[in-house]
Design a protein around this ligand. Structure first.
Ligand SMILES: Cc1ncc(COP(=O)(O)O)c(C=O)c1O
Length: 418
C-alpha cells in the first residue's frame, strides 16, 4: 500500500494509521525521551514505565528491609523458572521448558556442549557465516574442548542445505540475521536437522517478542535468546534457554552449579539435575536484572505478538517505501529482504558512510545503529513507535543524505560502541 502514496500525502496517511492502530495505547507504557525516534529496539529495547519504581522498591524493601529472607519471602529463588514460564508463552513452549539465566553466549555454550554429547560420533556443528559472531566464537570454543572430535562448519546461506549431512551433530542458526534482518524458516530448517538425525539449536534474540513463535509446532530442539532487545528487559538483562521436554532428561550441561541442582540446599557432593530447563541455572541469579525483566514482561503481557508482527511489517514497509520513493542518494542500498515475510523487525541499508550517517541521525534525534563495514540498522520496536515516528525518521534519513550533512568532520572518527 505504501508504494502508491503521493509525496505530499505521507503525513496524513501515517496519522490515519496511528489513529486506527490497535496497539497505539501501548506506547504510553514506555518511558520515551521527547523529541527522539528510537530505532534501536533491536539492540536495547526502551524502558518500560514502572520498572524503575519496581526496582527501587525491591532495593529499598525486599533487599533493604528483608535481606536474605527475600530469596524465599519474595520468591527470588524461583525467579529463573518463574520468568522462564512467562517467556514460554511467547515462545510457544511449555512452562518447564524455558529458564531465564546467564547471558545468551553462556547459555549457548551450555546447550551446544550438551547437544554434542547427545550425538556421539558426529563431528560437525553446522552454522552460517552470518550467524551472530558471539555464537560463532562460542561454537569454536566448544569445538576446541573436544580434542579434534568436533569442528565448526560455517557456510554461506546458499551452501547451508548441502552442509547439513549425517555427520552433523548440531545445526546452530540465528532466526533473524543481525546484519540484514533476514528471517530464517524455523520449521523447515529444524525439520532438515531432524531428518539427518541432528539437533536444532536456534538463537531467537532478534525474534522473540516481535515475530510469533511456536517452538513446539516448529519442532525446535533447543534455543537461546536475549531479553534486552524486543523484550525490553534492560541493559544486560539475563537471557533464556529453551530445552524441548523430551530432551531435558538426557541433556547434561557442562556448567553444573548448585542452583541447577534438584535440591540445592541439600548440599549433596554430587550433581543431580533439577527437572526441565531449570537444570541450566548455574549460580545465583542477578536478582535486580531478573526482576526488571519480570516487570517489563508483566507490563506487556496482554499484547498479542501476532498484532505486533502486523505492525512491525507495516512500519518496515513504510520505511522502505518512503526512502525508496525519495531515493536520496544513489549509494544507499536496501540490505534487508524486500519481502516482509523474509524479514524480521529491522531494516538495514548499506551506505559507504553508514557510521557517520548513524551519528548524524542521532544528532537529529533519530537513534539507529551501525554495523561494520557499511550497514545502517533501523530497528522497529512496534509497541513504542507510531507510524508518524517512523515517517519522521525516514524523512530525517533522506534529509541528511540529500544535504550531505552526514559527511562532516564531527561525525567521523571511531566510536567504541556502535
Ligand atoms: C543474535 C545475538 N546472539 C547473541 C548475542 C549475544 O548475547 P549476550 O551478550 O547475551 O551473550 C547477541 C547480542 O546482541 C545477538 O544479537
Amino acid at each position: 500500500m505504501w508504494c502508491a502514496i503521493p509525496p505530499d500525502a505521507w503525513q496524513s496517511v501515517c496519522a490515519e494509521r496511528d489513529a486506527a492502530d490497535p496497539l497505539a495505547h501501548v506506547r504510553a507504557r514506555f518511558v520515551l525521551p521527547p523529541g527522539e525516534v528510537y530505532l534501536a529496539g533491536h539492540s536495547l529495547g526502551p524502558l518500560v514505565a514502572g520498572v524503575s519504581e519496581r526496582i527501587a522498591h525491591v532495593i529499598a524493601r525486599e533487599w533493604g528491609e528483608r535481606g536474605v529472607r527475600s530469596f524465599s519471602e519474595h520468591g527470588w529463588i524461583d525467579a529463573p523458572a518463574r520468568i522462564g514460564a512467562q517467556l514460554a508463552r511467547l515462545l510457544g513452549a511449555a512452562s518447564d521448558e524455558v529458564v531465564v539465566c546467564d547471558s545468551t553466549s553462556v547459555n549457548l555454550f551450555k546447550l551446544l556442549s550438551a547437544a554434542l554429547a547427545l550425538r556421539p560420533g558426529r563431528a560437525r556443528i553446522v552454522t552460517e557465516l552470518a550467524t551472530f559472531p558471539s555464537d560463532l566464537y562460542v561454537a569454536e570454543g566448544v569445538a576446541s574442548l573436544s580434542g579434534g572430535a568436533h569442528r565448526v562448519c560455517a557456510v554461506p546461506r546458499d551452501a547451508l542445505d548441502a552442509a547439513i549431512d549425517t555427520d552433523t551433530a548440531v545445526l546452530l542458526l540465528t532466526h533473524v540475521e543481525y546484519q540484514t534482518g533476514a528471517l530464517r524458516d524455523l520449521a523447515s530448517l529444524s525439520r532438515r536437522a531432524r531428518d539427518v538425525g541432528a539437533i536444532s539449536l536456534w538463537d531467537l534474540s532478534h525474534s522473540a517478542g516481535v515475530v510469533p513463535l511456536d517452538l513446539h509446532a516448529a519442532g525446535v530442539d533447543l534455543a537461546v535468546g536475549c531479553t534486552y532487545k524486543y523484550l525490553c528487559g534492560g541493559p544486560g538483562a539475563p537471557a533464556y534457554a529453551y530445552v524441548r521436554r523430551d530432551l531435558a532428561a538426557s541433556l547434561r550441561s557442562p556448567l553444573r552449579g548448585w542452583l541447577g541442582h534438584a535440591s540445592p540446599f541439600a548440599f549433596e557432593p554430587s550433581f543431580r539435575p533439577a527437572a526441565g530447563a531449570s537444570a541450566l541455572v548455574c549460580g545465583t541469579p542477578p536478582i535486580l536484572s531478573m526482576l526488571a525483566l519480570e516487570a517489563s514482561l508483566a507490563a506487556l503481557a496482554d499484547v498479542d505478538v501476532a498484532r505486533v508482527r502486523e505492525k512491525s511489517v507495516a512500519l518496515s514497509d513504510l520505511l522502505i517505501a518512503y526512502v525508496e520513493q525519495r531515493a536520496p542518494d544513489p549509494s544507499l542500498e536496501l540490505a534487508s529482504p524486500r519481502d516482509a515475510d523474509a524479514r524480521g523487525s529491522q531494516v538495514s541499508f548499506r551506505h559507504p558512510g553508514a557510521l557517520a550517517l548513524s551519528r548524524a541521525l542521532a544528532a537529529r534525534g533519530v537513534i539507529a545503529d551501525f554495523r561494520t563495514p557499511d550497514l545502517l540498522r533501523l530497528g522497529l520496536a512496534p509497541l513504542a513507535l507510531r507510524f508518524t515516528d517512523v515517517l519522521c525518521a525516514a524523512r530525517t534519513l533522506c534529509d541528511v543524505l540529500e544535504s550531505q550533512t552526514w559527511d562532516r568532520e564531527t561525525y567521523r572518527g571511531d566510536v567504541r560502541v556502535t
